[in-house]
Design a protein around this ligand. Structure first.
Ligand code: SAM
Length: 285
């Protein structure tokens, strides 16, 4: 294990740790998941307020240090430590997730939390500044991206605070930010792969027109292939010489999106376009 590979930058400023935990508005009945507790600077504060904490830590030496820290104290009974990789670990039920994890697992972390069932009430997460800013970006802004759309499809994301590098030991190379991710419950009734599949096309050049992106190499043949699969799965007859390009152009025209750009479309605009394609059997996954 080494500092860089596992992103072991310990949060040494107790005020910052305290305010991160306070942002979760924990109730005494809450069951909390913490990812990458390290030596437990956040864990100790979470244990003061929650009913139970499960902490997933990959480095056994860190886990041992955390175990030692609660040993013989009343908090010991409230803490379970899973030693292993969060990405592969079986997760227990939790109401809230609080985490300051290495930034290499930012994407898997957020998507795993959003696909967990039942959905957590809220997640308070520390990320590299640039990643956090993309999570909260609004359509029309320069940072609005496929990541922003995919996360905002499932959650309301708010920027909470800036945490400078000197609050960590050793200080990382990058600046950090804390965000609140509140999952939409129930989640919108759309398959992630479909929404993301449309996003892949539209955001491949976010400032290009939607029409232009659909005409990029390989897109129309891919949609035709998906369409044939969909038709055969739903027992529909298909013509041999279908004009997929014309079908796509008709939808873009009817929904007023031909000259639109992903850079300006919000989650609702994207969903409306996706549903219009689905109505005629065109799928993105
Ligand atoms: N949360 C502590 C704090 O704020 O002081 C430690 C933060 S440190 C940035 C990240 C921690 O996550 C380290 O203890 C590291 O060993 C652990 N870690 C790294 N990759 C992990 C993974 N895939 N699953 C679980 N823990 C991981």
């Amino acid at each position: 294990f080494n500092t860089e590979q596992f992103g072991q930058h310990i949060l040494k400023n107790p005020q910052v740790a305290q305010s991160i935990v306070e942002k979760a508005n924990l109730k005494p009945t809450d069951i909390v998941l913490e990812v990458g507790p390290g030596t437990g600077n956040l864990t100790i504060k979470i244990l003061e307020q929650a009913k139970h904490v499960t902490a997933v830590e990959m480095d056994p030496r860190m886990a041992a240090e955390l175990t030692k820290r609660v040993q013989g104290k009343p908090e010991q009974r409230k803490l379970d430590i899973i030693i292993g990789d969060f990405v592969k670990a079986d997760l227990p039920y939790f109401d809230v997730c609080i985490s300051n994890t290495p930034y290499q697992i930012s994407s898997p972390l957020i998507f795993r939390l959003l696909s967990h069932r039942p959905l957590p009430r809220v997640c308070i997460l520390m990320f590299q500044r640039e990643f956090a800013l993309r999570l909260v970006a609004k359509s029309g802004s320069t940072l609005w991206s496929r990541l922003s759309a995919n996360v905002q499809l499932y959650a309301k994301v708010d920027y909470l605070m800036h945490v400078g590098k000197n609050n960590f030991r050793p200080p990382p190379k990058v600046e950090s930010s804390v965000v609140r991710v509140a999952p939409r419950d129930p989640p919108p009734p759309v398959r992630f792969e479909e929404f993301d599949g449309l996003g892949r096309i539209l955001f491949s050049r976010r400032n290009k027109t939607i029409h232009g992106n659909f005409m990029a190499k390989g897109v129309i043949p891919m949609l035709e292939k998906n369409w044939r699969t969909y038709c055969s799965e739903t027992n529909q007859m298909v013509e041999d010489d279908v004009d997929m390009k014309a079908k796509v152009e008709k939808i873009l025209e009817e929904t007023g999106n031909t000259e639109n750009r992903a850079a300006k479309m919000d989650v609702d605009d994207l969903l409306k376009l996706l549903y219009a394609f689905h109505e005629v059997g065109i799928h993105f996954a």
